[in-house]
Design a protein around this ligand. Structure first.
Ligand code: ZN
Length: 278
């Protein structure tokens, strides 16, 4: 067993780019922080990166507080989780977190390259203590007792068949770099809903029956696993246990967070420094 110490960045990093849904350019600056927690700041308003501030889970995960919102936080949150960062302040100028190449790679590399600093406490954990299933309509998630941190995503993808991806504490290149994808046939509906305005074949892998843009078959399932991790990170701690998602989306991930936070299935704990075992 190994519990992570608090972690932040060694210095600030900045990134500008278009948002996948708004199509508008925005800029974020991620600053180090010694205080536990990830916080967005927009026009001086603090928006904690926590479940309670989630206002939308259709096509992206969006947060709002006091009339100020930040859209599409999940890939940045996944980069934080995969790097073990639990402490940072993200200044946002604009409406949405830049989509970059559609994956978590740009955030991951920026943070890793500037360096990571360990802090003087161990992180908050949510330990799954009894199994539970969340089954809204055809899709489902299972929470299981497990001695470690494990996220699994499985689904039958159109044109690709059944695919499964597993994260067990080690981020690998193809997980971090898995891009957003969409089925070509869904594009008119997305536009009708005023979504995907910033999407293009560089930040979104287009899938149709010809699969002509596909570079490797597991990119879509890896991306869904990335979304699951980034969404679950909004519980405000790390998971000790297994979360399995079958065909889940941001809305199912939202329901899983609810189960974790309501207590009973998961227990919040703060490992004291002296019981740390490597
Ligand atoms: Zn995504």
């Amino acid at each position: 067993m190994k519990f992570l110490r608090g972690r932040t960045l060694k210095d600030s990093v900045t990134l500008s780019g278009v948002g996948i849904h708004t199509g508008e350019v925005s800029r974020i600056t991620i600053h180090p922080s010694a205080k536990r927690g990830i916080y967005f700041y927009k026009n001086g308003v603090k928006i904690p990166a926590l479940h309670q501030y989630v206002v939308n889970t259709v096509a992206s995960t969006d947060l709002c507080n006091d009339g100020k919102c930040v859209r599409t936080v999940e890939h940045l949150m996944a980069a934080f989780y995969l790097l073990g960062i639990d402490s940072a302040v993200v200044e946002v100028e604009g409406l949405e977190i830049p989509i970059a190449d559609g994956s978590a790679k740009v955030f991951f590399d920026l943070i890793r390259d500037v360096g990571i600093e360990e802090l003087d406490y161990l992180q908050r954990y949510f330990k799954i203590v009894r199994p539970e299933e969340v089954r809204p309509n055809g899709i489902f998630a299972r929470l299981k007792v497990y001695n470690g941190e494990r996220f699994v995503y499985e689904d039958v993808f159109n044109h690709l068949g059944r695919r499964k991806a597993v994260y067990e504490g080690e981020a690998w290149e193809a997980l971090v770099g898995a891009r957003t994808f969409c089925y070509i046939e869904d594009v008119p509906l997305l536009w009708l809903l005023n979504l995907g305005r910033g999407g293009n074949p560089i930040n979104t892998l287009p899938l149709d029956e010809n699969l002509c843009y596909l570079v490797y078959g597991d990119e879509p399932v890896n991306h869904k696993l990335l979304d699951l991790i980034g969404d679950i990170a909004l519980v405000g701690g790390r998971i000790w246990g297994e979360i399995y998602s079958s065909g889940g989306n941001h809305t199912l991930n939202h329901m899983v967070r609810e189960v974790i936070l309501k207590g009973g299935v998961a227990k919040e704990f703060y490992p004291p420094l002296e019981v740390r075992v490597s």
